[in-house]
Ligand binder design. Structure first.
Ligand SMILES: [Cu+2]
Length: 177
């Protein structure tokens, strides 16, 4: 009889564990978000330097799920327009342009958004983004839907070659100031 109670208790325990593990979204460390095998880590945005009203965002996305996914768009509350950009070298000039189809994150792949590469672009930022602030940004994925991630504001240095070489925007961001 005692054994029966014990086994019932342990079954119950396993059931509780299964339920808690079975939830789709879990928060591991600080701002890391894991959703259905997709890990979003190190989300950060660049502190604004007044009077500049643009900022950029970076993160890592690792897809350990069985299906490919695609990051379609992003949405913040602190800026008027949010875009996903890529950066390429053309004739010794760094050019960035929006990625209208977003970024594919194939199963088994890791995508890194970092200074000098792909990044989020926040245009017409409406408030100062100060180091240490945390801002939620909603990412929209084709398969996983909307995922809100907390981004930490950091003083992020620009890549040296971006300072040296003319930093040309295919779209003129200055007119949004
Ligand atoms: Cu950009």
């Amino acid at each position: 009889m005692k054994n029966n109670i014990l086994s019932i208790l342990s079954l119950l325990f396993i059931a509780i564990l299964t339920v808690s593990v079975g939830t789709t979204q879990s928060f591991a460390d600080d701002n890391e978000v894991i959703i259905d095998g997709l890990t979003i880590s190190n989300p950060m945005i660049r502190a604004t330097i007044p009077p500049h009203l643009v900022s950029a965002g970076y993160l890592k996305i690792k897809n350990e799920g069985s299906e490919n996914d695609r990051l379609l768009s992003i949405s913040s509350k602190f800026s008027e327009r949010d875009e996903i950009h890529t950066m390429t070298m053309e004739d010794d000039v760094m050019k960035m342009r929006p990625l209208p189809d977003g970024i594919e994150i194939a199963s088994g792949e890791e995508v890194i958004l970092e200074p000098g590469g792909m990044h989020f672009m926040f245009l017409k930022v409406e408030e100062e983004l100060a180091e240490g602030d945390i801002h939620p940004i909603t990412l929209e994925f084709e398969q996983r839907g909307e995922v809100t991630v907390n981004f930490t504001v950091k003083e992020i240095k620009r890549k040296q070659h971006m300072k040296d070489k003319k930093h040309h925007h295919e779209m003129d961001h200055s007119k949004h100031h």
